[in-house]
Design a protein around this ligand. Structure first.
Ligand SMILES: *Cc1c(COP(=O)(O)O)cnc(C)c1O
Length: 486
C-alpha cells in the first residue's frame, strides 16, 4: 500500500463567525468524483485498472481531503489545487495497489535469521522445487505407485526419518506444532513447565498463551532462575498430562541458574508414565558445536536422551521454509497426527517442496547449498576478502569515507540471538553535508530496498547476510542512495 499521502495540516483557527463560512466555501471547492474521473491521466488508469476500482479510490481520496479541509487544510488552497492534488493521490494509490507489497530486500544487517525480513533465504534447489510444483498439478496426496489417494506427509517424512531416526510430521510453524502437541496430549489436563522457560518470542508470541489456547493448563514450577527436578516431581499430580521443556531461545540466563538435565526429566516421565516434550525452537540438524556454538543442541541429541516428542521450526537453523516439525516416538507422533486439528495446521504443497529440497541437502551433507548454513559458516577472513573487493569497486565522492571495521554478526530469529560470530563490517561515515540517517533512509526506500544498521553515526554493512549475487545490486543501491542524500 502507498504511504498515507500527507496533506498540509494547517493550524487550528480561532472560533468566530467567519470560520463556518470559510469552511463551507472550502468544502465547495472540493472537486466531484466525476471531475476527477475526467482528468486524462485518470482516464488512462480506468482502462488499466477498471472503473469501479478507480471510482472507489477517488471516493476515498476525496473523503480524506474533505476530512483534511475540516481539520484546517491550508486556507489559500483553491479548487484547481484540490483537483490536481486529488488526481495525484488517486494515481499514487493505484500505483501502490499495482506493485507488490511483499518484495525482496537486501539484508545487510548481519542478522542471519531476521524474523522481520522473512527468516531463512531458501537454497536454489528449494526455490526450483517450489516453482516446479507451483505451476501445475502434483502428486501431493496421490500415490503414483498404486494410483490411489496418498498422504502429503510422505514427501518430507522419509527424509526426516533418515535424519532424525524417528518418525515426524510437519505443520505450519513451530507455534502450531506446540499448540497441536499440547492440544492432542494435554487438553483438559496440566503441563508442567519451568518458570524460567516461559518465554516470549517477539511480537507477543508467548508460550503461556499458546498453552491456554490449546486447552492445557500450565503448571509453572521453580523460580525464574532455578528449577530442580524435585520441583517437577512435586508438581506432578492426577491432572498432569505431560512434562515440557522449552529452549530459552531469546534470552540467556547467566550466573546463579539451574535446570535439570533432559535425562532427569525423561526419567521422571518414565516413573509417572508421562510423556516429555522438548520444544527446541531452532532445531539444528547440523551440529553447530563445530562452529563453536554451545547453545544449540542438535535435534537428535534430545531424541537420543529419550524425550517422547521434539518440536522445532523449519525456517530457523534448518534453513528451510516456514514450518513446524514434530518428531519422536511413533505412538506419540501417531496420536498427534490423528488429532482433527492437524488438518487445520497442515502445510501446503509449496512448503512441502521447499522443505523436501532443504532436507535432502542436509541428508547428503551439502550444507553449503543451504544459505543459512553457508552464511553462518563463513569466516571473518572470508567476509573480509569479500568486503575488500566490494569497497574497491565502489565509486563515491569525498562526502563519505568507507572503511572496514571488525564486528559481529548475530544468529537472531529467536534462536540464541545473543550467539554471535566475528565478522568484518563495511563502515560508511559522512564527512559533512550528508547525514548518515538520510543515507540509511534512501537505502531502505530504494529498489531493491537495503536494510542496514546505524551505529555511532556510521552506517554498517555486514556482507555475511548479503548473497554473493546481490553484491552488484547493493553497490548500485549505495551509489544511488549517496547521490540522493547529497
Ligand atoms: C522460534 C520459537 C518458537 C516459534 O516458532 P515459529 O516457527 O516462529 O512458530 C517456539 N519456541 C521456541 C523455543 C522458539 O525459539
Amino acid at each position: 500500500m502507498p504511504p498515507a499521502s500527507n496533506v498540509d495540516g494547517g493550524a487550528g483557527e480561532c472560533s468566530n463567525g467567519s470560520v463556518n463560512e470559510d469552511l463551507e466555501s472550502r468544502l465547495r471547492a472540493l472537486p466531484s468524483v466525476d471531475q476527477v474521473l475526467q482528468r486524462p491521466r485518470i482516464g488512462q488508469r480506468i482502462n488499466g485498472a477498471g472503473r469501479s476500482l478507480v471510482v472507489a479510490e477517488t471516493r476515498a481520496v476525496l473523503e480524506r481531503l474533505r476530512a483534511a479541509l475540516r481539520g484546517g487544510l491550508s486556507p489559500h488552497i483553491d479548487s484547481v489545487d484540490l483537483l490536481e492534488r486529488a488526481e495525484r493521490q488517486v494515481i499514487e494509490r493505484l500505483d501502490g495497489l499495482a506493485s507488490p507489497s511483499l518484495r525482496p530486500v537486501i539484508n545487510a544487517t548481519g542478522v542471519v535469521l531476521h524474523t522481520n525480513l522473512g527468516r531463512a533465504p531458501l537454497s536454489a534447489e528449494a526455490v526450483q522445487a517450489i516453482s516446479g510444483t507451483a505451476r501445475g498439478y502434483t502428486n501431493l496426496e496421490y500415490d503414483l505407485g498404486s494410483g490411489r489417494r496418498g498422504k502429503r506427509d510422505v514427501h518430507a517424512a522419509a527424509l526426516l526419518e533418515k535424519l532424525l531416526n524417528a518418525p515426524a510430521i510437519v505443520v505450519n510453524n513451530n507455534a502450531a506444532a506446540i499448540f497441536l502437541v499440547l492440544h492432542a496430549i494435554a487438553a483438559g489436563g496440566e503441563v508442567v513447565v519451568s518458570r524460567g522457560e516461559l518465554i516470549e518470542i517477539g511480537d507477543g508470541f508467548r508460550i503461556p498463551d499458546i498453552m491456554a489456547g490449546s486447552g492445557a493448563k500450565l503448571r509453572e514450577v521453580g523460580t525464574t532462575n532455578r528449577t530442580r527436578i524435585s520441583d517437577y516431581r512435586d508438581a506432578v499430580g492426577e491432572a498432569t498430562r505431560l512434562l515440557m521443556r522449552v529452549h530459552p531461545s531469546n534470552f540467556r540466563m547467566v550466573g546463579f541458574t539451574a535446570r535439570p538435565r533432559l535425562e532427569e526429566l525423561v526419567q521422571l516421565g518414565a516413573e509417572f508414565g508421562l510423556p516429555v516434550v522438548d520444544d527446541l525452537g531452532s532445531g539444528c540438524l547440523y551440529d553447530f558445536s563445530r562452529e563453536g556454538f554451545r547453545d544449540e543442541p542438535p535435534v537428535v541429541e534430545s531424541l537420543r536422551a529419550g524425550v517422547d516428542l521434539v518440536t522445532f521450526s523449519g525456517d530457523k537453523l534448518l534453513g528451510g521454509p516456514q514450518a513446524g516439525i514434530i518428531a519422536g516416538k511413533p505412538e506419540w507422533v501417531r496420536r498427534v497426527r490423528r488429532n482433527p486439528l492437524f488438518r487445520a495446521l497442515r502445510v501446503d504443497k509449496l512448503t512441502c517442496a521447499a522443505l523436501e529440497a532443504t532436507l535432502r541437502d542436509c541428508l547428503f551433507g551439502r550444507y553449503d547449498r543451504v544459505p543459512v548454513l553457508r552464511m553462518i559458516r563463513q569466516t571473518a577472513e572470508g567476509i573480509q576478502a569479500r568486503a575488500e573487493k566490494f569497497i574497491a569497486a565502489l565509486r563515491f565522492g569525498d562526502q563519505v569515507s568507507i572503511d572496514l571495521k571488525p564486528g559481529s554478526s548475530v544468529l537472531g530469529g529467536g534462536s540464541t540471538p545473543e550467539q554471535s560470530v566475528p565478522t568484518m563490517l563495511v563502515r560508511l561515515r559522512c564527512n559533512g553535508g550528508v547525514r548518515i540517517t538520510d543515507v540509511e533512509n534512501a537505502l531502505r526506500k530504494g529498489s531493491p530496498p537495503v536494510i542496514a544498521r546505524i551505529e555511532n553515526d556510521s552506517l554498517l554493512i555486514d556482507l555475511r547476510t548479503v548473497l554473493e549475487d546481490e553484491e552488484e545490486a547493493l553497490a548500485a543501491c549505495l551509489a544511488r542512495a549517496l547521490d540522493r542524500s547529497n
